[in-house]
Design a binder for this molecule. Structure first.
Ligand code: NAG
Ligand code: NAG
Ligand code: NAG
Length: 833
């Protein structure tokens, strides 16, 4: 009986423990869920008219035949709207899909090279099917019916021209428009920050008159990374543009004789030009002028100074050819739209990133757009050399014929053929459509960027903090393209998303195959397996303070890298304090030294000297900057990428450690090196670990956090490394940092030297037990998260006596990782990072 009772009690205890754990875990899941729910922007405006969670049918299959594409698009569309992108990289494809689905738009279809990848995508997104609905993913045949691979994995390309993924996208978009859908066709590096649909199609939006929007690459040319098409006729000029931009490439790939006859230079190089955005400008200029012309030719002949081709075309030079081909200025209208009194006035501001001015001028809103009329072009029986002549073989080959047939198979009226003399009247009678070039002002490359609130780039808005929507009270932009003057590095676009809080780590983890794996140190794009991440060494918060110079931060990172290889750990590359002088746009005007000067002056001056600086009470902890958006006082062009859960907790990431060689340890044909986590990855790992420990060891967790109130230097979990037996590096931290007077900038940091043998000996227990020796609450000890973190509580300059494998790893690492050997690189090669 008693045995029974005790078993019963044990079961009860276990149940209670489980219930406790599961309540905790659920609370944390909820927290996580809330984090991602805030990305749902579809219903912030316009009553959520285009929110489509659970409203699509799901499709995984081929897109080749007319029946295929009709089924796929019908399964995807919501209120006749489609979003599409094409990718051949899984990290980009998964994050694109996640962004749109998180934003509330499930009516998106991804185009991937192989069906197996679509199935993988479906598997990765399975946990969210109940909430977002099934996903849509399509492919094109990569082999002919006999099983022979197509030359570049696409049925209509006889040879490679640019990237095959582009042509898959535009072929799909062309057929979608022919089938009557409104299409948002995007590169995989677009962010959704607000509802585009409401902005461009609400009945009171004057922009509803525009049928085709594209981002600007220059004052009158296209960046095709962001393209939105609405209410375009299946047989109108926009449908023709999409059809023709791919057809040109299909014809040239099949039979380049037209181009090669014109340009012996191209023939000698056996090279056919074209990328997708020049192709789009090409057809755009034909439609604006109503007469076919060849911007692609002009652009490339001009670039290669092809005198022979100019002679054949009867033009003096490339400039003249370009001038003939570009639409005359009077074809463009810089149109002003009055938004006063419309709901759009609240979100439209042509002055981004000047948020102050945007807030001030909310009521008086106007916006501008470069617009042009689009008409169905027709040759009218002539192909003047001044416009590029007729650079084709007149007779269509079998591939071009099959391409054309695939549109006829759709069973819808198609645009008139501009080359067919019999269709001239029909072309002239075709209803005109309207084009809007977003984000330019005529003849200006500086100054304001009209309609940047519809869509904007990294350089204009993102780097100033406008994409960190969790730090803003208001939405200023609907779409954003991670493009234009990014800082250097190997993973910049994903880093931008991670810093802005838009990246979906859950999806990253499912792609990587584990919650602890969505980090670049596991990146498999080079198909090289990486060893397991066993532990991480990191500087405690506050150790890398704002008083450090860039040189000192890099020296301290080198020290940390040595500790990391010594202990078989990854280095958490330190975040930089955003108050540091060297990350300010105007060092000394804002930042730490300006704050120190102001603090020394507080007896006389109450106000702040420079943008947002808040002097700390005299004689206490290091003063900190108060940050605000736009953080245009920071050097965000390349010195710092800010991130963090709040403006108070803002940290900066120096891009110098975001190269693959500083992060992954195994690369093809290279010696193994150490491995690192970017600051934003490490922040994710810490949050993950904290959630895990709080859920699984609630009692310990509560005690530890209480202890931290009296010992603020104690990390939230994990042991602090012991660095030396005696001397300054061994002195325990008796008081919180900050009790000491703040150091002067450039005073020189104390970089401790640590001995390899002592480091191993003193931490052997922590290392053997995974990081947290003993069960104590404070100091070393306590339960461990899946990836233990070992904290370093003071700056380390290097590990003396490093030998063997560790020395070899570090030696090779300093050769490979640019950040580590920054000051050994000639100055001319490090001007922009
Ligand atoms: C033009 O195309 C036709 C049909 O494919 C082909 O027979 C002919 O040889 C081509 N002409 C040139 C100059 O390549
Ligand atoms: C100190 O305060 C005085 C009086 O407000 C001001 O004129 C001066 O510019 C301040 N100096 C610094 C270095 O901030
Ligand atoms: C890597 O380190 C080992 C040991 O120091 C050395 O022999 C080897 O040459 C290094 N490899 C490269 C590419 O530097």
């Amino acid at each position: 009986m008693s045995g029974y009772t005790s078993t019963f009690t044990l079961v009860l205890v276990c149940l209670a423990a489980w219930a406790h754990w599961s309540v905790q875990a659920k609370a944390h899941d909820m927290h996580l869920h809330q984090h991602y729910l805030r990305l749902k922007v579809c219903d912030r405006r316009g009553g959520g008219a285009y929110c489509s969670w659970g409203a699509t049918r799901g499709y995984v299959g081929p897109l080749d035949s007319a029946a295929n594409i009709k089924e796929a698009l019908e399964a995807t569309q919501y209120k006749k709207e489609l979003i599409l992108f094409s990718e051949d990289r899984m990290p980009e494809a998964t994050q694109s899909l996640a962004r749109f689905r998180n934003a509330g738009y499930s009516h998106i279809i991804g185009i991937l090279p192989e069906l197996a990848e679509c199935h993988r995508l479906a598997h990765i997104f399975a946990p969210w099917t109940h909430e977002h609905g099934p996903l849509q993913c399509g492919t094109y045949a990569t082999r002919d019916p006999s099983g022979k691979p197509y030359p570049v994995g696409f049925p209509f390309l006889a040879r490679g021209i640019g990237m095959t993924v582009w042509w898959r996208k535009w072929y799909t978009a062309a057929r979608a428009v022919a089938l009557g859908y409104n299409v948002l066709a995007l590169d995989s590096d677009n962010l959704v920050l607000g509802d585009l649909y409401w902005r461009v199609k609400a009945p009171d939006s004057p922009l509803s008159e525009i049928n085709l929007f594209t981002q600007a690459e220059c004052g009158d040319c296209v960046n095709s990374g962001f393209v939105y098409i609405q209410n375009a006729a299946p047989n109108g000029p926009i449908a023709w543009m999409l059809y023709d931009m791919v057809l040109k490439v299909v014809r040239w790939a099949e039979d380049p004789s037209g181009i090669f006859d014109l340009s012996p230079k191209a023939k000698a190089a056996n090279w056919i030009w074209s990328d997708d955005q020049e192709s789009m400008s090409d057809v755009l200029y034909s439609a604006i002028t109503g007469k076919p012309r060849f911007f692609i030719l002009a652009h490339n002949l001009n670039m290669h100074k092809d005198e022979e081709a100019y002679k054949k075309l009867g033009v003096a030079n490339g400039d003249e050819l370009m001038k003939n081909i570009k639409p005359p200025k009077d074809k463009w209208t810089f149109k002003k739209y009055d938004l006063a009194g419309t709901p759009l006035a609240e979100v439209a501001c042509d002055h981004l990133p000047d948020l102050e001015r945007c807030r001030r001028e909310v009521a008086a809103a106007t916006t501008h757009l470069m617009t042009a009329e689009l008409q169905m072009p027709h040759c009218g029986g002539e192909w003047p050399g001044s416009l590029g002549g007729y650079p084709f073989n007149k007779t269509l080959g079998p591939i071009a014929l099959a391409y054309r047939q695939s549109f006829k198979d759709l069973g819808v009226p198609l645009p008139p053929d501009p080359e067919d003399p019999a269709t001239e009247a029909a072309a002239r009678a075709t209803r005109k459509e309207k084009y809007g070039l977003v984000h330019v002002r005529p003849g200006m490359e500086g100054g304001v960027y009209p309609a940047g609130w519809l869509e904007g780039t990294w350089f204009r808005t993102g780097r100033h903090g406008l994409w960190h929507t969790h730090l803003l009270q208001h939405e200023f932009q609907s779409f954003a393209h991670i493009h234009a003057s990014l800082f250097p590095g190997d993973f910049q676009k994903q880093l931008v998303m991670q810093a802005a809080g838009i990246y979906d780590w859950r999806v990253g983890a499912r792609l990587a195959g584990g919650a602890n794996r969505p980090y670049y140190l596991y990146d498999d794009s080079e198909r090289t397996p990486q060893p397991e991440l066993r532990r991480v060494v990191a500087y405690l918060d506050g150790v890398v303070g704002p008083w450090l110079s860039k040189k000192e931060v890099i020296a301290a990172a080198n020290g940390l890298a040595q500790v990391a290889v010594a202990l078989g750990a990854a280095a958490a590359w330190p975040a930089v304090d955003c108050s540091s002088d060297w990350v300010q746009l105007r060092p000394g005007m804002t930042g730490y030294s300006a704050l120190l000067r102001a603090a020394a002056n507080t007896t006389t001056a109450a106000g702040s000297a420079a943008s947002g600086s808040a002097p700390a009470p005299a004689g206490s902890a290091a003063p900190v900057m108060e940050h605000s958006i736009p953080w245009s006082y920071l050097d965000t062009s390349f010195q710092a990428v800010p991130f963090g859960p709040s403006l108070r907790a803002l940290k900066c990431m120096w891009p110098g450690f975001t190269w693959r060689d500083c992060l992954t340890s195994r690369r093809p044909h290279r010696p193994p090196v150490g491995r690192g986590l970017t600051p934003v990855e490490f922040e994710h790992l810490v949050q993950l670990s904290e959630r895990q420990l709080a859920a699984e060891h609630a009692h310990w967790w509560d005690q530890r956090q209480r202890l931290r109130q009296v010992q603020p230097w104690l990390p939230s979990f994990g042991p602090v490394l012991r660095l030396a037996k005696d001397g300054p590096a061994a002195t325990p931290l008796s008081a919180a940092p900050g009790a000491a007077p703040p150091p002067a900038p450039g005073a020189g940091a104390l970089l401790h030297a640590v001995r390899y043998d002592e480091l191993l000996e003193l931490n052997v227990e922590a290392l053997l037990q995974g990081g947290g020796a003993g069960g104590g609450v404070g100091g070393a000890g306590g339960p461990e998260p899946s990836v233990p973190v070992l904290w370093v509580d003071r700056l380390v300059g290097g590990v003396e006596g490093l030998r063997g494998e560790a020395a070899a790893l570090y030696g090779n690492w300093t050769k490979e990782c640019r950040g580590l050997r920054y000051y050994d690189i000639p100055e001319r090669d490090r001007t922009n990072w």
